[in-house]
Design a protein around this ligand. Structure first.
Ligand code: ZN
Length: 199
């Protein structure tokens, strides 16, 4: 579509909008505020493109502090509302680590959960869990996915007493610090270490 002269990489101060191409993945890696798609790095925010040619990185300095809508490729934190075997619904409460005022409903289908674990969603997440997901698509509805160790449950409570669940050291196993109940979740690598403010 656009010629090379229109690429943001030609101009360090260029204002970009979500979806705009910054350059190829050979020219730089996707950093804050950007995402990869079919070999290119694109902007996820309205803002100024920062092209670090030495370090080979692309990032965006957002113009607005609050990202207003989850875009494809962004990482979001969502609170699980309802879980069925193959579909969960969640409220997206933060985008790229920034809390948002208005939450959005996201859909997580079991086919979009990476192959390393159980496909029945009921066995890997529960209502109330905070889960870090990637936005797969935002056309029509917001579809979420979990793939790779950075994604998964980051905070969960005991289904019996509501106490905090702590990692046991066994893969995807959590234990209630209050009543000792053992539960399983598909946990992110930094489970329990993420500071999530609760209003
Ligand atoms: Zn408990």
């Amino acid at each position: 579509m656009s010629s090379n002269k229109e690429d943001a990489s030609e101009n360090l101060e260029l204002l970009v909008i979500p979806g705009e191409k910054l350059g190829s993945i050979e020219e730089g890696i996707s950093e804050f505020g950007t995402y990869e798609e079919e070999g290119n790095v694109r902007a996820a925010y309205v803002g100024r493109a920062i092209v670090d040619k030495e370090q080979k990185k692309f990032s965006i300095l957002p113009l607005t502090k609050m990202p207003v809508y989850p875009y494809k490729g962004q990482s979001v934190i969502a609170k699980i509302e309802n879980v069925q075997n193959t579909l969960a619904t969640a409220q997206i409460i933060a985008i790229e680590g920034l809390f948002i005022n208005k939450s959005f409903t996201g859909f997580l289908h079991s086919s979009r959960v990476g192959g390393r674990y159980e496909k029945n969603l009921r066995r890997i997440m529960k209502p109330g869990d905070l889960v870090r997901c990637k936005v797969i698509s935002n056309e029509g509805a917001i579809h979420l996915g979990i793939s790779g160790s950075f994604f998964g449950v980051i905070e969960a409570s005991c289904s019996i007493c509501g106490g905090a669940l702590k990692k046991t050291g066994r893969r995807n196993q959590l234990k209630c610090e209050n009543c000792g109940n053992i539960e399983t979740r598909l946990i992110a690598s930094d489970y329990g270490a993420v500071r999530v403010s609760k209003k």
